[in-house]
Design a protein around this ligand. Structure first.
Ligand code: BG6
Length: 481
């Protein structure tokens, strides 16, 4: 199958940091279909040779095991092309169309790796140039909008030019093997399903913790904040996969219909429940990896006195028969004590303990990163001595060891899926809009009341209020248990 893959924003950070390295891995693993061309478009004048040299140089910033040798790069570079485009000029789109038509590949994937405010104009111009035929797919990179209205506006324009099955909205978490394993765990195995409900589960915690700060992205981040950057998309997508009903097939729409139902069942926030159930925080100076690090307000390009949140913890519920009354806690933050993404499913304790000593409620930990695995915590008899007291143990499964050579990175997987036209791991517009609808009352409440912002020391697990949020229900975050 021949393909053309076009990157709008071809010299931008996302393209050289994530997309090109991912494509190179696919190429190295022999997974990229043959007969492909990769075209970067951007504003400045460059030849193909200049662009190849630019990408080659940027590969020096990629982790060593993922860097190409000179010989490998030379072969990969044959796929790379460059084209200057002014994104507001119809003639430049006509030129792009002529370039694509000249060869007439089986599919053209147009990846909008630009700032989202350009999505509407690019889509309109693509439509006007006739670059929206059935062979064309458009990939839209997050953030898709800033709030519900802006997301709806982007979707309106996208829908006026492309059909829903041509639109591939990226949430890169869905490309992570560990996240796909959630589906496998729940729907490839019969074991957990009977327990996967309010009768057996006490609460569920989703943590997406980062140890890095905002780095040089202060200006972008300050307009975004943790709620928009991580909760509205990544954390809610994980929640839908944990809470959804079994889809009837593995088709994109069967899955996305079920995810949408979960988003629609989330307990809506009110001003009162935001004040009670949502904690927002901002890091102050502290320590990371044994070194002193500045607070958010001292980071480059962060405006003085910013109220932007770098941490969110919240409590919600999925209001349906399966989950009624089960708290779902979501938490994310920058400059936390560790880079650690995991989902903890806390089961209910035994109804009537018969052994001496401490009891323990079973816990399933789905580890997303840095490790990718599963841990089932349980009690067992040690068999030493004469005491009947039980001791905690865990069953550990490490997917990197179980499948040592098969792991494919998130962007690699998503790019290959976009080329092949597989939509399962992409977000549908109604899911995305529903997620915005749900977070909006939180944004509104914060805007009305700036006083709720708490600070936390860099290198900690966030504001004390986040612990109090779960302690209120008699729970604790995983690291406090
Ligand atoms: C991105 C956010 O979507 O996800 C970043 O914009 C964040 O702020 C990143 O750092 C985290 O992704 P990962 O794959 O490193 O967990």
């Amino acid at each position: 199958m021949s393909f053309d893959l076009v990157f709008f924003g071809g010299t931008g950070d996302l393209t050289w940091r994530k997309l090109m390295p991912a494509l190179f891995q696919a190429f190295r693993h022999g997974k990229l279909p043959g007969g492909g061309r990769i075209l970067a478009v951007a504003r400045d004048d460059r030849s193909d040779a200049d662009y190849r040299a630019f990408i080659k140089e940027r590969f020096s910033e990629v982790e060593p095991s993922k860097r190409p040798s000179d010989e490998e790069f030379a072969r990969f570079a044959e796929l790379l092309h460059y084209r200057r485009m002014d994104l507001s000029q119809p003639a430049d789109y006509a030129g792009l169309k002529a370039w694509l038509d000249e060869r007439g590949a089986d599919t053209a994937v147009l990846y909008l790796a630009t700032s989202p405010h350009l999505f509407p104009v690019i889509c309109e111009q693509l439509g006007a140039a006739g670059l929206n035929g059935p062979k064309v797919r458009v990939v839209l990179e997050k953030p898709l909008g800033h709030d519900l209205a802006s997301a709806q506006e982007i979707n309106r324009v996208v829908r006026s030019v492309f059909t829903e099955t041509q639109a591939f909205r990226i949430d890169h978490y869905l490309g992570k093997p560990s996240v796909q394993n959630l589906m496998a765990l729940r729907f490839g195995n019969a074991l957990f399903e009977p327990l996967w409900r309010r009768e057996s589960i006490a609460n569920i915690q989703i943590t997406l913790a980062e140890s890095l700060g905002v780095g040089t992205r202060g200006d972008f981040y300050d307009r975004t904040g943790a709620l928009r950057d991580m909760i509205q998309n990544h954390a809610l997508q994980l929640l839908t996969m944990i809470a959804m009903e079994p889809p009837s097939t593995n088709d994109a729409d069967a899955i996305r219909d079920e995810k949408l139902k979960v988003l629609r069942s989330l307990k809506p926030f009110t001003a009162e429940s935001v004040a009670r159930d949502v904690v927002r925080g901002q890091y102050r100076a502290g320590t990371a990896d044994g070194k002193k690090v500045p607070g958010y307000l001292e980071e480059v390009k962060v405006p003085a006195g910013s109220h932007c949140e770098t941490f969110v913890a919240l409590r919600t519920e999925v209001q349906n028969w399966r989950w009624a009354g089960v708290p779902f806690y979501l938490r994310t933050g920058k400059r936390l004590a560790a880079r650690d993404a995991q989902i903890v499913v806390n089961f209910r304790p035994v109804p009537h303990p018969i052994f001496p000593g401490p009891t323990l409620a079973n816990k399933l930990v789905i580890k997303l990163q840095p490790e990718d695995g599963l841990e089932l915590h349980m009690l067992a008899a040690k068999g030493s001595g004469t005491s009947d007291a039980l001791a905690p143990v865990s069953l550990d499964l490490d997917f990197d060891k179980a499948f040592p050579s098969d792991r494919v990175g998130a962007y690699e997987r998503l790019l290959l899926d976009a080329i092949a036209g597989r939509l399962n791991l992409f977000v549908r517009s109604d899911e995305q809009e529903q997620a915005w609808r749900w977070v909006e009352p939180i944004l509104d409440a914060w805007q009305r009341d700036g006083s709720s912002l708490k600070t936390y020391a860099a290198g900690s697990w966030g504001p004390a209020a986040a612990s109090a949020l779960v302690a209120r229900d008699g729970c604790a975050w995983a690291e406090e248990q």
